[in-house]
Write a protein that binds this ligand. Structure first.
Ligand code: CO8
Length: 258
């Protein structure tokens, strides 16, 4: 599929994807969501980490496209919401880590896209928020669910009920982002973070992601049993043998993703 709204830079192990719709501050319309879906569904298996950002200096993603949503009826609204929610769930469950490098506005669907990623880092110019209730809707790309998980129910309710946008420093304080940087350093820091991940055993990272995602919805005993199973599975990989023998022989491991 040819992408009109995605700029992709694949260096091999690390791939950067920039959403690019400059006229609407990278707002997500259904074409962009379909392009994202196609990219995520067919992602190159050699990629070990994905960085998602917004093209340009001003915006990560300024939300879902309001001009496309304005005249939807109930059924069409549900279809549009489902499209975004499904793509974001695919990002969340992608078997490699996904880093959101939030370079500007991350509002509505933009904040929801960032929250579907594993790790969020931001420029100190970034702004986050779920302004949907001011438009007569609720966060429809799974934001009500993920925001409460990330920042706690009380803070999520405040942000969603008021629709107020918060600056990067407040996002850092409440745990919505892991770190903030000067705008010109953001992509370099995202690459540094990705590089620190991709030197590790890919299967172990994948299992860790799968487990952390799943454990949230499990009771403690089930979560512990699940972790135990995933832990055991690591010992069926060549990378576990490589990682441990490299440590014991005081050399760097060479992981083969097997
Ligand atoms: N949709 C469509 N166009 C947009 C959007 C958007 N979300 N955001 C910005 N634009 C457009 C503007 O209309 C403007 O276009 P034009 O130049 O043709 O007038 C252009 O981008 C530049 O925007 P501004 O002139 O407004 O730039 P400012 O710097 O003054 O303001 C803001 C930047 C603060 C980001 C402002 O544009 C804004 O408030 N945008 C809307 C933010 C918003 O409300 N986002 C949430 C949208 S709702 C949503 O995401 C729901 C997700 C779940 C959907 C579920 C479906 C059922």
């Amino acid at each position: 599929m040819e992408y009109n709204f995605l700029k992709i830079n694949n260096t091999g192990a690390i791939c950067t994807l920039a959403i690019s719709a400059p006229k609407s501050l990278n707002a997500l319309n259904s074409t962009i969501l379909k392009e994202l879906d196609d990219f995520i569904s067919n992602i190159d298996t050699d990629i070990r980490a994905l960085i998602i950002t917004g093209d340009g200096e001003k915006s990560f993603v300024a939300g879902a496209d309001i001009s496309e949503m304005a005249n939807l009826n109930e059924a069409e609204g549900e279809v549009f919401g489902k499209l975004g929610a499904q793509v974001f769930r695919k990002i969340e469950t992608l078997p490699i880590p996904v880093i959101a490098a939030v370079n500007g506005f991350a509002l509505g669907g933009g904040c929801e896209l960032a929250m579907a990623c594993d790790i969020r880092i931001a420029s100190n110019k970034a702004k986050f928020g779920q302004p949907e209730v001011g438009l007569g809707i609720i966060p429809g790309f799974s934001g009500t669910y993920r925001l409460a998980k990330l920042v706690g129910m009380g803070m999520a309710k405040e942000l969603i009920y008021t629709g107020r946008a918060i600056r990067a420093d407040e996002a850092l304080r409440i745990g919505l982002v892991n770190a903030i940087y000067e705008p010109e350093q953001l992509m370099e820091e995202a690459m540094n973070l990705a590089n620190r991940i991709v030197v590790n055993a890919p299967i172990a990272v994948r299992y860790a992601k799968e487990f952390i995602n799943e454990e949230y919805d499990l009771a403690a005993d089930d979560a512990i049993a699940f972790e135990n199973k995933m832990f055991g599975k690591c010992f069926a990989t060549q990378d576990q043998k490589e990682g441990m023998s490299a440590f014991l022989n005081k050399v760097k491991p060479e992981f083969k993703n097997r």
